[in-house]
Structures are given as C-alpha cells and as structure tokens.
Design a protein around this ligand. Structure first.
Ligand SMILES: Cc1ncc(COP(=O)(O)O)c(C=O)c1O
Length: 375
C-alpha cells in the first residue's frame, strides 16, 4: 500500500506534470510575472466556469475577504455576523478592519450557519453576513439571502472550501457556490480543491461597480497608474500561480467527483456504526468534500486521533477551539449557551484523509483501522 497522505498533492501533480512544467517555463520565458496575460486568461476562464460577471484575482483567501469588506465600504463599529466554527481568517479580517465580529452557532448536521442563531444576532448595527461554506457544502443561502433582503444587509460568501459546489434554489435555479451573495471569496491555498503552488485567492461578484472598486483596492487603490483614489492593498495573484490554476481548472469537476467517490466509500464503510455520524449533505447543495469530517458519539476522539497517527493514517481536528474562545476574539458579549453546537463539535469531530489520488486499499485500511478502534 502507498503511504497515506492527508492531501496527496504530489500524486495529483504527476498526472499533469508535463502541462504544468511547460506552462511555468513559458511564464518564466515571458518574464511577465505580475499581472501578465496568464492572470487575465485565468480570470476569464474562472468567470466562465462560475458563470459570474467578475472574478478579481488576489494574493490569498484572507485578503479576498478583507478586500471584499473594504469594497463594500464597511466602517468601524459595523457589525458583521459570521460563524463560530470556521478557520480564523473569516473573523480575523473583520477584527482587523475594526468592524465588530458577531459570532453565531452552526447546525450540528451540516456544520454551517444556524439560521435561527443568525436571526437572533441581527441588531440595528448589523451591516453584513458572512456565511462560510464549510468543508465543501453550501450554507442555507436561500434563507440567508432572504434575511439579508429583509434587513438590508450585505452577504459575503466565504467560499474558500466549496469551489465547484452547486446550490439549487427552491424555484429550480442553480448557482455556483460563491456567486449568490453581493460578493464571494475563495482561496487557492495548495490543499484547496482548486489549489495553486503557493498562495492565491479571488473575489467574485456580479456587481459592475463593486468589481471596479475591488480591482482598484487590490492594486494600491489605483484606478489610473500612480493616482490613488482610495486606500488599497498590494494583493495580486502572480502569473506562475495563475498558470498552475489554468492547468487545474478544467479538472476541477473531475477532482470534486473523485472526492465524492472517496466520501461515498467512507460513508458506506461507517453506515452501520452507531458511534459515527458521517457527513450529511443538505438537499439544496452538492458537496465537494474539501474535508471529510466525522462527528463521533461516545468515542474518545483524541485517542482515535493518536491511534490513527500511530497506524500511519494522517488526520486532523478542524477545528479544536471555537472562535469565541480564542484569545484574540473572546469577548464578554458572548454567552456560552449560544454556542452549544460548536462547543460540542470541537470535541467530537475528526477529519480523515481526503484528496483525488486514493487507491482502494488505502481507503479500506483507513476505514478498517477506525472500525477496529471503535469496536
Ligand atoms: C474558510 C476559510 N476562509 C478563509 C481562508 C483563508 O484562505 P488563505 O489561506 O488563502 O488566506 C481559509 C483557508 O484555509 C478558509 O478555510
């Protein structure tokens, strides 16, 4: 059996090596390292794939969130609602911009924003909602967009983990994750479903005016060379990353299918276990399994984590601490009773290896080792 990886980026690279190597060499030969034609080409191809009017490439997914919030003109003291159970980048940029983060609980079944908790958190100061499409499936966007309309709030989708997922509204319309709110963001961190070979990110919007504002902000607030109309940042996707992403984008749907097949193998193997809740996909979204995360019942999660490591099976705890309990984001505005689900999930979840390069004996070994531990 091949050694098991949490994410097998080398195996994925080997299959497209020639194409990647050639295109990287072409970028080097062209010396167009920043804002070269490859960035523009990738932008256009991603716009087409997502069926969105504007993609604004940038340096990483954290910048993408920050720039989106700057572009919407959010100001100090504005409240921005996001989830307690996610990677810290989401709340980090809210705090960095001196906006007020308001953390809410998630649903135990999907790990995504709890709609009742969202409704409860809205105040006259609320200006935006940031749903995170966690682990690869969309949050309940129909409900979130309805609430946003009712209260005149912006919706910024943090789509770092669900690029390629499809959302179906009750009227039958289907949209790609990240293209439903006022603005969506993503990360091309190497281990993401569409990952480059360094840092990268992008912002999506169908709003022409906002797109224009964002294009200036990513480039020092310049709309005309050396004329700085607004305070901006330096956040560019470089041409080498863009060319890697161009090679991988045509494979994205196939990558998502391959991940779904691995998830199905795991689901079937654990179907009879009373101690394991396998991921539940909401009926309005597809799941692209950025992570495959179990919720354990009556199992010593930390002991399983160590047992798997001892048996050569990488695994991870996403996430071990609720954001409202992190030193940087703790606040006496928060009440533990409002985070019952997150407080429990941080103790019971475990994410298994998930990537595009599994061989069946690896999946068999992973699932059998887990079942041996539990039984
Ligand atoms: C939900 C979420 N948001 C934002 C980010 C930030 O992306 P980046 O690492 O590209 O800055 C990540 C990356 O892990 C993420 O998982």
């Amino acid at each position: 059996m091949k050694p098991i990886q949490m994410v097998d980026l080398k195996g994925q690279y080997r299959k497209i090596k020639q194409q990647i190597d050639n295109s990287i060499q072409e970028v080097i030969d062209s010396a167009a390292f920043i804002n070269g034609p490859e960035v523009k080409n990738f932008q256009k191809e991603l716009e087409e794939y997502l069926d969105v009017k504007h993609v604004i490439p940038c340096a990483n997914g954290t910048d993408a969130l920050q720039i989106a919030m700057m572009g919407l003109g959010l100001e100090q003291g504005d409240e921005v609602i996001t989830v307690d159970f996610t990677f810290a980048a989401t709340v980090e940029v809210i705090a960095l911009l001196k906006l007020t983060p308001v953390l809410v609980d998630v649903e135990s079944a999907t790990f995504n924003m709890d709609i009742d908790a969202l409704k409860k958190a809205i105040t006259p100061k609320t200006k935006a909602i940031v749903p995170v499409h966690l682990f690869g499936q969309c949050a309940n966007m129909e409900a979130i967009l309805e609430i946003a309309r009712e209260h005149n709030l912006y919706v910024i989708e943090d789509n770092a983990q669900a690029i390629g997922a499809d959302y179906t509204f009750s009227n039958g319309t289907t949209k790609k994750a990240g293209t439903m709110g006022n603005v969506g963001t993503t990360s091309f961190f190497p281990s993401k479903n569409l990952g480059c070979y360094g840092d990268g990110g992008a912002i999506f919007t169908n709003d022409d005016e906002l797109a224009n504002t964002l294009r200036g902000i990513v480039n020092h607030g310049m709309y005309k060379r050396y004329y700085h109309d607004v305070v901006g940042v330096n956040s560019r996707l470089d041409s080498i990353q863009a060319t890697v992403l161009r090679a991988k984008l045509p494979n994205l749907d196939n990558y998502c299918d391959t991940r779904r097949k691995a998830a199905e193998y795991y689901n079937n193997a654990f179907a009879d276990s009373e101690n394991i809740i396998t991921p539940i996909t909401s009926n309005f979204t597809t799941h692209v399994f950025h992570q495959y995360t179990l919720n354990l019942i009556g199992v010593d999660r930390n002991a399983l984590h160590q047992y798997l490591l001892d048996n050569g099976i990488p695994n991870a705890i996403y996430y071990p601490v609720p954001l409202h309990s992190q030193k940087a984001y703790a606040d006496n505005r928060y009440n533990e009773d409002d985070f019952m689900v997150t407080n429990q999930l941080v103790q019971t979840v475990i994410s298994l290896p998930m990537h595009t390069e599994f061989e069946e004996d690896q999946l068999q070994f992973i699932t059998q080792t887990i079942l041996d531990f539990i039984n």
